[in-house]
Design a protein around this ligand. Sequence first.
Ligand SMILES: Nc1nc2[nH]cnc2c(=O)[nH]1
Length: 441
Amino acid sequence: MERSSILERVFKLSERQTTPKQEILAGLTTFMTVSYMVIVNPLILSDAGIPKEAALAATIYAIVFSTILMALWANFPIVTGPGMGLNAFFTYSVVLGQGLSWQTALGAVFISGILFFLLTVTGIRSKIVDAIPNVLKASIAVGIGLFVAFIGLKNAGLVVANESTFVGVGNVLDKGPLLTIFGLILAAVLMAKHVKGALIISIFATTAVAMVVGFQAPPTAISDVFSATPPTIGDTFMQMDLKGAIAYGIFSVVFSFTIVELFDTLATLIGLSKKANLVDENGKIPNLNRALAADSVGTMASAIFGSTALNTYIENATGIAEGGRTGLKALTVAVLFLCTLFFAPLIDFIPSVATAPALIIIGSLMLSDIKNVNFDDFTEVVPAFLTIIMMPLTYSIAEGLAFGFISYTAIKLFTGRYREIHWMMYIITIAFFINFYMMSH
Ligand SMILES: Nc1nc2[nH]cnc2c(=O)[nH]1
């Protein structure tokens, strides 16, 4: 069979009014916008004690596995990757905050992947989506965005601890913060000008300047940049501790991973599918369940390899804007990610002040859902606000969700608007209370 007709059959190119060239170009654009994840994710996971090389390999294998499923099984022009926010939650809240081992945290990621998968294939997902009020759905992404940006600002040394006020501004004129400010302005300008690969360009440019000003040692040999033997996942493969995850009773951790995967992925997939004209005449998105299943199976694989939960990346919008309509675009990105395995040594030369601008910019991209909050209704404004503000201030997605859910149920109940509360919300609210109780004893 001719090559073009195989592509045609697998990806339905003409039905979606696209060509192999258009798909591959869109794949290149998307890769440029999302490739920062192979640098940022292992750096965040290594703060949790996961060996950096293995974290890098696990990150790449997980992205490639789930993106290939998305490409060949769901035929979606979409790339999944470790959610910035969930990886921070993994490291700074679950491992460093609650003191769990990274193995136990990986166990929690795996369980969340199974739950997400079961919720999707049993159809319970759509019931949960109905039960959770729109105002909380809208607030989750915004809160995660602020959380991610806060981590970027902290990594940069722009926000520092302060004994009397908790937080304060760092020494802005020190090299580290100045480098981040440089990277941030560069990334923002490039994004405003729609330059492809704005974030990865900013990471490399900031790293280069950091080397010139003596903040970061430069590579001295080719082997510092390129290696013909890619890193392995030997140190992390199957290291997850499922028993520990269940025994510790980390309900809120598993719950937070699952809820975020569910709502972030769902909202992003729906938004991107609309942009890519994948919504049919009945308003349905064909293969949506396959795409969600690809994401959840990818999360399970990610935990097995040694990395954190996957989300559908909002940055896919760039490749879709370039005309990407099918899984061929996603497949192109997966192949490019495999190539990055050979540049693994480079990661040791990228300082966190160079990746901080990407985190701050992602935070700003995730703000847009705030427009879905009804600011005229105080019973909605307060839960939205608490969800959003508590995520960065408690350094935890889970606590933000807890405050949002509990306040929503309480305020609606005590204003007599209990008809607006779905019965499932009572159960979730009580579960969060039980979790608070268990954490304080
Ligand atoms: N939707 C979404 N996009 C991202 N881009 C980087 N991280 C994320 C994430 O967690 N969710």
